[in-house]
Design a protein around this ligand. Structure first.
Ligand SMILES: [Zn+2]
Length: 152
C-alpha cells in the first residue's frame, strides 16, 4: 500500500532491528494520516527535487522498537511524524541544507555527519500538522558547515 506517490507502508515500518527482535512494527491505523503527511511533506519533495529513488532508513517506530534502539519515548518516530533518510549519491550535508532552505518542517537534525565523508550520518526530519518549529540541529562530532548546533 502506498502512503504517498513514491513510498509504501512497508517502507515506513521496515526495520532490521524489529525483524531481529521479533517486534511487530506495523503502525496502528490512527497513525496513517501522520505517516502520509510526513511522506508527502518531507520525502516526496526530496524525491522530486533530487530525482533519485530512495527508501527511508527509519520511519515509524513502535514503542518496543523505539526502546530497543534506546531512543526517547518522546521521539516523533513513534507518532509517524519523523523520518530518517539518505539519498544515494547525495551528500547528507547537501540534503540537510536543501531541506532547511526549501521545506516547511518541524525539526531537522543532521545526525553524525563528518566533514569529508559525504555518506556519513543521516538526516532526520519531522513534520507536524500545526506549530512547525523549523528547528535545525546537528548531533554528533560534526562540523556543522553552517547548520547551527542549536535552534536557528
Ligand atoms: Zn530520526
Amino acid at each position: 500500500m502506498y502512503i504517498s506517490p513514491h513510498f509504501t507502508m512497508q517502507e515506513a515500518c521496515k526495520s532490521a532491528t524489529a525483524v531481529r527482535l521479533g517486534i511487530d512494527n506495523y503502525p496502528p491505523a490512527l497513525l496513517l494520516p501522520s505517516l502520509k503527511a510526513t511522506a508527502q511533506n518531507i520525502l516526496e519533495p526530496a524525491r522530486d527535487h533530487f530525482g533519485v529513488p530512495f527508501s527511508p532508513s527509519s520511519f515509524y517506530r513502535c514503542m518496543l522498537l523505539n526502546r530497543a534502539i534506546n531512543s526517547s519515548d518522546e521521539s516523533q518516530h513513534r507518532k509517524g511524524q519523523a523520518v530518517d533518510f539518505e539519498i544515494p549519491g547525495i551528500s547528507n550535508i547537501v540534503l540537510a541544507h536543501w531541506i532547511k532552505d526549501n521545506l516547511d518542517f518541524d525539526q531537522l537534525i543532521l545526525e553524525f555527519y563528518q566533514e569529508g565523508d559525504p555518506t556519513s550520518g543521516w538526516v532526520h526530519a519531522s513534520w507536524t500538522p500545526t506549530g512547525r518549529r523549523n528547528q535545525v540541529l546537528t548531533i554528533g562530532k560534526t562540523t556543522s558547515l553552517g547548520l547551527p548546533k542549536l535552534s536557528r
